[in-house]
Design a protein around this ligand. Structure first.
Ligand code: RRO
Length: 310
């Protein structure tokens, strides 16, 4: 039986549905090139700001038995570095530019330059960084999100996507979906960013395990899989003519399959990629293929969104 794991969406073709979650293997050119040369189906950059940022003090990432906690604080090389990378990029593998201006004006400046360069590179606007001291996540403020999307749609007359924080209540899924559905140029949403402001405590030392924000940080990995799946599922239903990219808790073919079953067009890998390196893409793709084969599915469309409920 011939298996086909390719994905065609928004005029792009990916040979695999898997790629990196923004923030992992994507801060430097060298890391981006590792993802580009791997089995990943696409590449996304680290969220960028106008100016380069060193980020929060270390330690700011810790692996745990159930995943990870991070409070990186948006370390990045500044948007011009990533635009330079995009200008030199010469690969059929789609490239996404994650954008996270410190202000809406900064985000608009970055998007305006991206539009002027006419690069074949889609922006994923980050509405959900949980780790900037004193700065709430935009995605939890529905009115501010609508204002930002209005300004972006006015200034950037091209398709774009957003990275959303996790939501935890049907009323919030519905409210955010109503905001998002008002913007036809918004073509995809990535669900989810890390579950913000968790606290991991080390029993022996009686201490937080990361330094910034008194130990608070975004959770990834096993902790977040059910939350990620719920967000993918709900937005796939509520945003009928947009794409949902799944992100959260993918460490094998099984979780990748679940994300696609919940409705994901493609699937990002974060914590697992950080721990395992880019060989994770080969492994997870092979595991996904084996699951499909065992179930008699030949293409991702055979099961995408076909979650059964009881
Ligand atoms: O850099 C970070 O601290 C960070 C960002 Br911008 C984000 O969107 N999500 C995350 O878990 N960490």
């Amino acid at each position: 039986m011939s298996l086909n794991l390719s994905v065609s969406w928004l005029g792009m073709k990916m040979s695999s549905p898997l790629f990196n979650a923004s923030g992992v293997y994507c801060r430097t050119r060298e890391e981006l090139e590792q993802v580009r040369r791997s089995a990943a189906g696409a590449v996304v950059t680290k969220s960028c700001t106008l100016e380069p940022r060193a980020g929060n003090p270390e330690p700011r990432y810790r692996r745990t038995a159930l995943g990870s906690i991070n409070s990186m604080g948006l370390p990045n090389e500044g948007y011009r570095y990533y635009l330079d990378y995009a200008q030199a990029y010469d690969d059929a593998k789609p490239l996404f530019l994650s954008v996270s201006g410190m202000t809406l004006d900064d985000t608009l400046t970055i998007l305006t330059e991206l539009a002027a360069l006419k690069l074949p590179c889609l922006p994923e606007v980050n509405l959900s960084c949980p780790n900037l001291p004193g700065k709430p996540q935009l995605g939890y403020d529905f009115a501010a999100s609508a204002e930002a999307l209005e300004a972006i749609s006015r200034r950037y007359a091209r398709p774009f996507g957003v990275k959303l924080p996790p939501y935890f209540d049907p009323a919030h899924f519905a409210a955010m979906a109503a905001v998002l559905n008002a913007f036809p140029l918004l073509r995809f949403v990535t669900c989810i960013n890390s579950v913000g402001n968790g606290l991991v405590i080390d029993l022996d030392s009686e201490s937080a395990v990361i330094k910034p924000k008194g130990g608070l940080g975004g959770l990834g990995g096993d902790y977040v899989l059910p939350t990620a799946l719920a967000n993918v599922r709900e937005f796939a239903v509520l945003l009928a003519d947009k794409h949902v990219i799944g992100c959260g808790g993918v460490k094998s073919g099984a979780e990748a399959f679940m994300h696609i079953l919940a409705g994901a067009t493609a699937v990002q890998v974060g914590t697992c990629l950080h721990e395992e390196g880019v060989s994770a893409f080969d492994r997870i793709e092979a595991e996904l293929a084996a699951i499909m084969q065992a179930k008699g599915y030949q293409r991702l469309e055979d099961f995408r969104g076909r979650l059964k409920t009881l």
